[in-house]
Design a protein around this ligand. Structure first.
Ligand SMILES: [Zn+2]
Length: 123
């Protein structure tokens, strides 16, 4: 694993370095700093901890990262922020007069034909 060292230099078009924490590529144009913040995970990383090549993640690590993202999304869905403005309020379509409770179990075609018939009445 090649890390940034005191001999690392940036080219005119910058140098790609990789965050040791989240593996995200960051571009720098010089190395006259002792630590910078990762553009992705916002962690402050010391200069000599930055990687010159991305970490090669094993399938298991990819899976764990994927899983933690999913778990976070599920957690967020069940724990919404207090100031969320819900925009999925039910607004009935005024064109719908009533709904029909079918007797029996209509096939897909029967349902389609019925919807088509009701639609033609509206035209
Ligand atoms: Zn990072």
């Amino acid at each position: 694993m090649n890390k940034v060292n005191k001999y690392t230099r940036a080219k005119v078009d910058g140098k790609k370095i990789f965050c040791p924490s989240c593996n995200t590529q960051n571009l720098v144009y010089h190395f006259s700093w002792s630590a910078i913040t990762c553009s992705s995970c916002k962690k402050m990383i010391n200069k000599y901890d930055w990687l010159l090549d991305p970490k090669k993640l094993t399938l298991n690590k990819y899976f764990n990262e994927y899983k933690s993202t999913i778990m976070q999304k599920i957690h967020d869905a069940f724990n919404p922020k207090k100031d969320v403005v819900w925009d999925n309020e039910y607004k009935p379509n005024i064109k719908i007069k009533s709904t029909v409770k079918p007797d029996g179990n209509p096939t897909f075609n029967e349902t389609f034909n019925h919807i088509n018939k009701e639609l033609n009445k509206l035209k």
